[in-house]
Design a protein around this ligand. Structure first.
Ligand code: NAP
Length: 307
């Protein structure tokens, strides 16, 4: 039986991340009560049908009652309204965390509304797929993935320790960062790459009209990988770019400069520059595989694995 870290966990939002957390809690043998809620009656009914929660509440305010862990697993743009809604129903001493992909904006949106006697410890599991909704979840999503917790100097060490052990029980490795650093690192590793993928697929779609679907028919591995990323949830990613504006624009500025440099190397026939650049980037891929964050399979390790 798993360690009893919390008695009642409230999942606000019942999409990919929350449903995966529920499955992973069960896999870990946690016996806590899982109470979930989502915005639409349809999602709540699906969660009831799938049975990964013990109870599905009609509202967030109702779901958090008597919970000692509250997880905000909703789009970043919805965090403030939910924080306001749940504030007066939170139990003193409870921990409130989130899984949002941006940290500074979530802290600004949520922290001012929470009572002083709850522990707010923001977080972000670096695990996901292009699928969303309550049916998309699976217990292995967080295995060997990083979960970044964002405590501040006033965070209660006991509450942080408990939340760390909870995420470790769900299969994740846990690290801590400050919010600005988190947002910059994620702009490089996730947010800018998503925007580039969205753009590339958009360009191909424009071209498709010219070439009459050859882009789809002959799509090669590079383009197919872009389409997988560009199939990600539009609401989630809209909110990421609206709320991680500064860091994303900084990285896109650098990206554009590098792109121009490579464009120039192609125009001037500078093969040495291209070769050296591609040799350097190849080493990054090797580093990711050595760190156990992907596999060396020709399909990028995605076959039979959802992330
Ligand atoms: P998801 O599968 O789309 O689920 C989102 C959930 O939030 C749904 O249950 C939805 O309810 C609910 N919701 C949406 N808008 C709401 C609102 N205005 N008020 C209340 N509830 C609302 O999303 P997800 O992938 O689990 O993402 C959840 C959070 O995790 C996001 O902040 C995202 O940035 C973060 N995250 C995502 C990934 C990823 O790859 N997907 C990875 C790491 C972190 P309905 O279904 O009823 O609309």
């Amino acid at each position: 039986m798993g360690e009893q870290l919390y008695q009642r966990v409230a999942l606000i939002g019942l999409g990919l991340i929350a449903s995966s957390m529920a499955h992973a809690m069960r896999r870990a043998g946690m016996t806590c009560e899982i109470v979930g809620t989502a915005r639409s009656a349809e999602t709540r009914a699906t969660a009831e049908e799938l049975g990964f929660c013990d109870r599905v509440a009609a509202t967030a305010a109702e779901a958090v009652k008597d919970a000692d862990l509250v997880v905000l697993a909703i789009p970043v743009g919805a965090m403030e309204a939910i924080a306001k809604e749940i504030a007066s129903n939170l139990t003193p001493g409870a921990t409130v965390t989130d899984v949002g992909s941006v940290k500074k904006a979530v802290i600004e949106a949520v922290a001012p509304h929470l009572p002083k006697d709850v522990h707010f410890i923001p977080g972000h599991p670096l695990a996901g797929t292009e699928h969303s909704g309550p049916r998309a979840g699976f217990a292995e999503l967080f295995d060997n993935r990083w979960n970044i917790l964002v405590p501040d100097e006033k965070t209660d060490p006991g509450a942080l320790e408990r939340l760390t052990r909870y995420w470790q029980a769900l299969g994740a490795n846990v690290d801590t960062m400050d919010p600005d650093h988190h947002d910059l690192v994620l702009a490089v590793t996730s947010h800018a790459p998503h925007l580039i993928a969205y753009t590339m697929v958009g360009v191909a779609d424009d071209l498709r009209r010219v070439t009459d679907s050859e882009v789809i028919k002959y799509s090669a591995a590079g383009f197919r990988d872009f389409t997988r990323i560009a199939a990600s949830d539009p609401i989630m990613w809209r909110d990421v770019f609206l709320t991680n504006k500064d860091a994303t624009l900084e990285i896109l500025g650098r990206f554009t400069e590098e792109l121009f440099a490579l464009q120039r190397a192609i125009r001037t026939g500078n093969g040495e520059q291209l070769f050296d650049y591609f040799t350097r980037t190849r080493a990054i891929r090797r580093g990711i595989i050595e760190a156990g964050q992907d596999t060396d399979a020709p399909d990028f390790g995605r076959q039979g694995k959802k992330s």
